[in-house]
Structure formats: C-alpha cells, structure tokens
Design a protein. Structure first.
Length: 410
C-alpha cells in the first residue's frame, strides 16, 4: 500500500513533494497562530477574526486576476514567486506588535497562498499526462493531508512549550517550508503560456462569463460545507448534544486524515472523465448526506461508548464520501476549463473552499448546534439535492465546450 502512495516519477512526484513541504509548515501554523496572536501579541479574538476575514476576502477578489496572470506569464514562475511572497508574509509575523502589522501580514499571506495554489493547479494541469489529471491531483491531495498531519504534530509540541520562542520557531518553519516548496517547484518544466491572438485579445472572455462553470463552482461550494463540519460543528455537537467524550475528536480527526492519505489515490482511479466524475459527485455527496443522518442519531440518549462508536462510523462514512466528492470535483474543475486558462479557472473554483470556510462556521453552528438533529438531516438532504443538480449542469458545461467551426470566408 505504501508503494501506491508514491506518485509517478517526474513532475507529478515533484508537485506532490512541494505540497507535502509547504503544508507541513501550514499545519504547524494553523495549530498555533490563534493562540500566538491573542495571548502573545495581545490582539483580541474579535480583531483577529476581523483581520482574517478581511485578508481572505481580499484573497477571493485577487485570486482570479492572479490566476489569469499565471496563464499569461506561465504558472511555474507565478507559483514560485507567490510561494516566496507567502514565506515572506509568514516571516513578518516574527515582528508583529500591533493589529495593523498583523492585518498587513495576514493579507499578504492570504493573497500569496491562494494565488500560489491556483498557479500550482494550473501547473499540474499542464504537466499531467493526458487523462491522468485527477489521479495526479489525488497524489497531491494525499501529500496535502500528510503534510497537515505532520505539521499539526509539530504545532502541538509548540503548544506544549507555550513560549514566545516556540511560536517563533513555528513561523520560521512555515516560512522556510514555503521557500523550499518554491525551490522544488522551480525544478519542474514550465508550462508555456498560451499566446493570445491579436484579433482575439479584445474579446477574450473571463471565467466569470462562463455561466456553466460559475454554476458548477457555486454548487460545489455548497458541497464543501463538509470541510468546516469536522473543525467547527462537530466539537460543539459532541460537547453539547452527546454523551461521548470530547477527546474522541482527536481520534476522529486522525481517522479522517489518515483515510485520505492512504486511500484518496485508490478511490480517485475510478474517475476517467466527466461522466464518471458526475457519478462520483453524486455517490460521494450521498455518503456525506448519510453521514449527517448518522451524526443526528448520536443525539438520542445513549451511553458514551455507543455514541462514540456511532460517531466513528459516521466519520468513516464521511471520509469515503469526501474522497469520492473531491475526486469528482477535481475532474470537473479541470475538464470544463479551456486550455490556456487553467490559472484563472482553478483560482475561481478554488475560491469555493475559502467561501465555505468563511461562511460555514456561522451557518453550521446555527443549523446543527442550535437546531439539533433536524439540522443534520437538512444538511444531508442539501448534499444529495445539490449533487443531483450537478450532473445536468456538468453536461451543460460539456456541451458549451463544443465550438462550432467558423463559416468559411467567401
């Protein structure tokens, strides 16, 4: 099994290595950043939340223009430059002493990280062998989760030490990880930017005018509400609505992360085109919906061990659903993007994750924590209905890619 986790040699392996390196740094940073800024720097939680909202909102606005720039200038050079900028932004946290400096660093980090990720996806689309984009993307995603898991462990050590120097070490590690990832990406071949014909330059369309792709992205954003589900909704649900011990959360997080690392590549091999991607989206999202129903059952007055077992079963169902949904979404995001525009298209599609992480906590808290079991069931129904609508929209997008040849000049 371990041999199957190693990507094929060449650019796929290099792309996965770059992802592993930079996400290891990010994993440590995510664990420690909130406590550092609130307890060490002295920024209030409200101000910190406001600053992060502003930063990621700016990243949403600028990601598509940066993706378009990657298409025009070449995705490799843009990924390298933006990853270096992300490392410099993280380095600035070593000198943060006020909210203004924190906001500047957070904005620079969010914009660089989102833009760099979009350029990296465009690089993957240009370098992956024909018909294997989703498979290579699965290897990269496994590296992503493995990096976050290792980084979280390192961040946990810093939390145990709980000193300014320990947090500084985490930020230095994250900055170094981005610099190393930039160097690793510089070793892969560049994807030649697609030249724009002079007569087409004026009429070139943006992803925002591609209606099928916009609708697909919006629907996928709703499916991505499963991301803040584990981080935000489940801890509150378990502590307030079940008899299960709160420490079970760590086991559930490990189960989800390890499952993706070990099985994402194997699960993704069934996706070979847009038709199979639509099926995977429906089945995977239906499993996400089933997991929500199982979560709802844990509110019944059962013992701690019964609630714990049911919760673990629900997480296992959700993990499989997440892997299938992700594999289908990757194929759709790449398959419906025109050649030469993967930078801006992947930036736009990737914004769905940011929107889900920004809106999801408030929505899921109200839906699940305060409404209870009916909220879980409603969320499960939402996943199934949205995935059922996705199939016709994907076929609409596929039809729109068929270009009618121009009539011959007389």
């Amino acid at each position: 099994m371990l041999k199957g986790l190693i990507p094929p040699p060449g650019p796929p392996r290099v792309l996965a290595l770059a992802q592993l390196v930079c996400r290891t740094g990010d994993g440590a940073y995510y664990i420690c950043s909130a406590l550092f800024f609130t307890r060490v720097v002295g920024i209030s939680p409200v101000k910190m939340g406001l600053g992060l909202t502003i930063a990621w909102s700016l990243a949403l606005v600028l990601s598509v223009p940066l993706g378009h720039l990657a298409d025009r200038r070449g995705p490799r050079v843009m990924a390298v430059v933006l990853f270096v900028c992300a490392g410099l932004a993280i380095s600035s946290y070593l000198f943060v002493s006020s909210f203004t400096l924190f906001l500047a660093g957070a904005c620079a980090y969010a914009v660089s990280q989102r833009g760099g990720s979009a350029a990296q996806q465009a690089l993957l689309a240009g370098l992956a062998p024909e018909g294997r984009v989703t498979e290579i993307r699965a290897y990269v995603q496994s590296s992503y989760n493995a990096g976050l898991a290792m980084g979280s462990a390192l961040g946990g050590v810093a939390l145990l030490v709980d000193r300014r120097e320990a947090y500084y070490a985490v930020f230095a590690l994250n900055a170094l990880a981005f610099f190393c990832a930039a160097f690793v990406l510089s070793r892969v071949p560049e994807v030649p930017p697609r030249p724009v014909a002079p007569e087409a330059a004026q009429g070139e369309t943006s992803v925002l005018k591609d209606r099928p792709y916009v609708v697909v992205t919006a629907l996928n954003t709703l499916l991505l509400l499963h991301i803040p589900l584990v981080d935000i909704a489940l801890p509150l649900w378990i502590s307030e609505h079940t008899a299960a011990p709160v420490w079970l959360l760590s086991l559930m997080f490990m189960l989800n992360t390890v499952s993706v690392v070990l099985f994402q590549v194997r699960v993704s091999r069934g996706v070979t085109g847009l038709a199979s991607a639509s099926r995977y989206l429906f089945v995977g999202s239906s499993l996400l919906g089933l997991g929500c129903v199982v979560f709802a059952l844990t509110s019944v007055g059962s013992s701690a061990w019964v609630a714990g077992v049911v919760l673990l079963v629900a997480v296992a169902i959700q993990a499989l659903g997440e892997m299938m949904q992700a594999a289908g979404a990757w194929e759709v995001s790449f398959g419906l993007a025109p050649d030469g525009k993967h930078g801006q298209y992947q930036a736009f599609f990737g914004n769905g994750t940011t929107v889900a992480e920004m809106v999801g906590p408030l929505l899921l808290t109200g839906l699940i924590v305060y409404w209870g079991a009916p909220g879980w069931i409603l969320l499960g129904v939402l996943f199934v209905v949205v995935s059922a609508v996705m199939g016709p929209v994907v076929r609409w997008g596929e039809r729109s890619r068929v270009v009618t040849p121009p009539a011959p000049h007389v």
